[in-house]
Design a protein around this ligand. Sequence first.
Ligand SMILES: C[S@@+](CC[C@H](N)C(=O)[O-])C[C@H]1O[C@@H](n2cnc3c(N)ncnc32)[C@H](O)[C@@H]1O
Length: 216
Amino acid sequence: MNDDALLAEQMAYYRAGAAQYDRPYAEDEALQELLGVVDDLPITGDVLELACGTGQWTPGLAARARSVTAVDASAEVLALARARTPSPTVQFLQADLFQWQPPRRYDTVFFAFWLSHVPPARLPRFWNTVAAALAPGGKAIFVDDGPAAAAYEEVVANQSAPAALRRLDDGSRYRIVKVFHDARTLTNDLAALGWSARIRTTAGNFIGVAEPPTIP
Ligand SMILES: C[S@@+](CC[C@H](N)C(=O)[O-])C[C@H]1O[C@@H](n2cnc3c(N)ncnc32)[C@H](O)[C@@H]1O
């Protein structure tokens, strides 16, 4: 299976599973606590949120931002996100992030639990897109699963990218891309692309703040 097929299956998983997506946020205290980190992060100005899902992070971003533009490929999760944050300063957009080019620049580009779904071969292009979306002085801020989270996934071998198998309540099964970035390696990988990143780990997750390469 190539990356395109894996990414299509990943998108199908999130569309089909929209109604059950929020369950871990309701049941897992650590995840609820993690949402609070937005208060300690330099989120400011006009914020672009990539892969917003059902909008668990969006209200926290909106509370600190002048505006939030939240993008996701799934109409099903976006419907839930819109209902959660009906605010005139928050706009939701449906787009495939592997095709979409941001039409303007933002002070903050935020993404939670998205980086782990980007195939390694597409990471340089992804980070270039994020850099192009940032206004001068802007920052990328991201949260995701670290290597410890691998223990809770059914890893699938021999795919075009690191992958895991996810199951929905109806028994359907989907392969998704799942890369468990280690904070130090990710910091170095970003440095190799010209970014300056500070990434800390907390209870199995990592939280990163990164500044893009400066364009001479
Ligand atoms: C793990 S969820 C993260 C949602 C949210 N950021 C959170 O932390 O709760 C990944 C999200 O990526 C979205 N997604 C999957 N493939 C996508 C694509 N190609 N373009 C845009 N969004 C995509 C899914 O619909 C899903 O909402």
